[in-house]
Design a protein around this ligand. Structure first.
Ligand SMILES: Nc1ncnc2c1ncn2[C@@H]1O[C@H](COP(=O)(O)OP(=O)(O)OP(=O)(O)O)[C@@H](O)[C@H]1O
Length: 253
């Protein structure tokens, strides 16, 4: 059975109770002339300047640039975690704000954000139980996600018992079980070794493919960017999605 059927427990046609936008082909996120300035006067820092970009439902985007170039700030604006100080951001294909329960985007950060006192299975169930998913459904979806990510043997472990790569896969399983239409990841592999980083990135892409979510990853790592199909270069707070950098051939896995 296809992954999305296993996760959803039914055919993909009506997979989004509460969302009401099955199969929407509208952009999941859009920025128009967005800016973000921190501080004022002499101390003002322009983290993002005049960014216009669109994330379509099937996009696999790497926001790439050096440290301090504005990647995280732009990603956080797309996630609704930061409010722009100029321009507009909208999420037409989500039908609401990405921090709202029904329309929530899936977020993956540099350090895995697991509740230390809960088991792996309970961590995956938690966000579903905090919205309006029935507990039996939450358990079923959590188990299917664990199975898919080959984490079933760890389901009763506590986060402290996991390796960094395992913990990040649990976070991804939690995102998968919640079935978002938009997954945003901020340097999700920077604490992992090269091979584990490549594996975790591939898992993110696979999960996005299977549940039909758009994926945006902020990274400075070209080998991660090369695993996605679009690169948005950012330099000194300036984004130019139209001049996507060419992907390198023969990137090691
Ligand atoms: N909360 C904040 N207050 C003040 N300045 C900030 C804040 N957040 C980010 N900045 C500044 O905005 C600029 C862009 O930061 P941002 O974290 O978006 O860059 P980045 O490309 O993600 O960097 P890194 O790869 O090091 O995480 C930097 O100059 C940073 O110091």
């Amino acid at each position: 059975m296809a992954l999305r059927e296993r996760i959803n427990g039914r055919d993909v046609g009506d997979t989004r109770p509460g969302l009401g936008l099955p199969g929407s082909d509208e952009a999941v996120a859009r920025c128009v002339e967005v800016g973000r300035t921190y501080g004022t006067g002499d101390r003002a820092v322009v983290a993002v300047y005049d960014a216009t970009c669109t994330v379509e439902p099937a996009d696999r985007v790497a926001i790439m640039g050096p440290s301090g170039s504005g990647k995280s700030t732009l990603l956080h604006i797309l996630a609704g975690l930061e409010t722009p100080t100029a321009g507009q951001v909208s999420w037409p294909g989500l039908g609401g704000h990405p921090r709202d329960g029904a329309h929530r985007a899936g977020l993956v950060f540099q350090a895995p954000t697991l509740v230390p006192s809960l088991t792996v299975l309970e961590n995956i169930e938690l966000p579903m139980l905090l919205t309006d998913t029935r507990s039996a459904d939450a358990r079923e979806r959590a188990r299917a996600a664990l199975d898919l990510l080959e984490l079933d043997g760890l389901r009763n472990d506590l986060p402290q018992e996991l390796s960094g790569g395992q913990a990040q896969r649990v976070v991804i399983a939690r995102v998968l079980a919640a079935r978002p239409r938009l997954i945003l990841a901020d340097e999700p592999t920077s604490q992992l070794d090269r091979n584990t980083a490549a594996h975790v990135t591939d898992v993110l892409v696979q999960v996005s493919d299977e549940i039909g979510a758009a994926l945006v990853i902020a990274t400075h790592d070209e080998t991660i960017g090369a695993r996605l199909n679009t690169v948005w270069p950012v330099r000194d707070g300036r984004l130019n999605p139209a001049s996507s950098a060419p992907l390198r051939d023969g990137v090691d896995s």
